[in-house]
Ligand binder design. Structure first.
Ligand code: TXA
Ligand code: MG
Length: 328
């Protein structure tokens, strides 16, 4: 799918909508217009499809993604809304507002899409083409801006083709994105706080809720690290100690394995989980956060991690492992 593949460009219309829903259902990647910028969509419930987004964008690390749904009812199945969040969405959805909220207990979005966080970013776009694709596909779609990592967000199909041509399956061309600026992001975890200024002006938001002063605003968030105002966890950090590049296992350790090879002492592991027995880095990325969480709760004080190649998504996996292993 990614790596090198022909990218089809189709004008928005019934054929393109049907093709988009089919590609998404098969775990592929579809770029489509929203009222803000073009997004790069994948099936939110399919971890490997989500992993392909990071590969196509060339993201050096796993930043959490925005989940797009048709209406507030669908969003409430993924996230917990407090009264401020309810007021915001009844005023501004559908539209260029993203909310970061606590994840709902049975949230059906792949762990990789939220980078292992306990919060999730959700948004209900108003653009007709985005909405038609969501309706035809019938489930939540994760979509970061459809640009290569470090580049500016695309507002036309031609921008997307220039950045991601040969790396994604389909681009639905619905003309220029009307607003040309990413959605405004507000976290409603504690008091509402502005995480990213965007297409919905702060002053309009403040007519509906009081924003916590000064917190969390980052002048130019594009592909930067996770925005983390006080109180919002920036990265999932395991409780257990991590021992990287392990070539043998000590007693009492849990093992995060990769590939077919074994390591000395592996039979003594408190618990072993393999990111990908066939050594596939897309599969490994899809399993990464959930495996780490499971090993973290198995009772072992240390998780030994076998060496992971640095190629492709291995770079992002290793980046996450190094942060998680850093002394806290
Ligand atoms: O207008 C938009 O929002 C576009 C269109 C396609 O919907 N999407 C977009 O996505 O700009 P992206 O991935 O380029 O930016 C999403 C931002 C990132 O900065 C990410 O760190 C932040 O949202 N984010 C996502 N989930 C988060 C979370 N749980 N906590 C804090 N920040 C989060
Ligand atoms: Mg972006």
């Amino acid at each position: 799918m990614t790596g090198e593949c022909p990218t089809q460009v189709m004008p928005a219309g019934d054929l393109a909508i049907a093709a988009a829903a089919r590609v998404l259902g098969e775990g592929g990647l579809v770029a489509f217009p929203t009222e803000t910028v073009y997004g790069l969509g994948a099936d939110a419930g399919n971890g490997e499809a989500v992993a392909r987004i990071y590969e196509a964008k060339g993201r050096p690390s796993f930043n959490p993604l925005i989940t797009h749904v048709l209406d507030a009812a669908a969003a409430r199945r993924l996230a917990r809304f407090d009264p401020a969040a309810e007021r915001l969405v009844s005023t501004f959805w559908p539209g260029p507002l993203t909310l970061v909220l606590p994840k709902a207990p049975n949230c059906a979005v792949a762990e990789l899409a939220t980078a292992g966080l306990d919060t999730i970013a959700v948004r209900v776009p108003s653009h007709g083409v985005a909405r038609a694709i969501m309706a035809a596909f019938g489930g939540p779609i994760v979509a970061p801006s459809a640009n290569r990592s470090g580049h500016v967000s695309p507002t036309t199909a031609a921008h997307v083709l220039g950045d991601l041509g040969g790396r994604i399956d389909l681009i639905v061309d619905g003309g220029p994105a009307p607003m040309g600026l990413e959605s405004t992001i507000i976290a409603c975890v504690d008091a509402p706080v502005l995480l990213r200024p965007g297409a919905l002006a702060r002053a309009r938001i403040e007519q509906v809720v009081t924003l916590k002063a000064g917190a969390g605003v980052r002048a130019s968030d594009n592909e930067g690290a996770v925005i983390a105002p006080g109180g919002l966890a920036s990265h999932y950090a395991p409780r257990a100690r991590l021992r990287l590049d392990a070539t043998s296992l000590y007693s009492g350790e849990a093992l995060l394995a990769f590939g077919r090879e074994g390591i000395a002492g592996a039979d003594r592991a408190v618990l072993t989980l393999n990111l990908s027995t066939r050594g596939d880095l897309i599969e490994a990325a899809a399993n990464f956060f959930s495996h780490l969480r499971t090993l973290d709760t198995c009772g072992a004080a240390t998780i030994a991690v076998m060496p992971i190649p640095h190629a492709g998504l291995g770079e992002a996996i290793n980046d996450r492992l190094e942060r998680a292993a850093a002394p806290r």
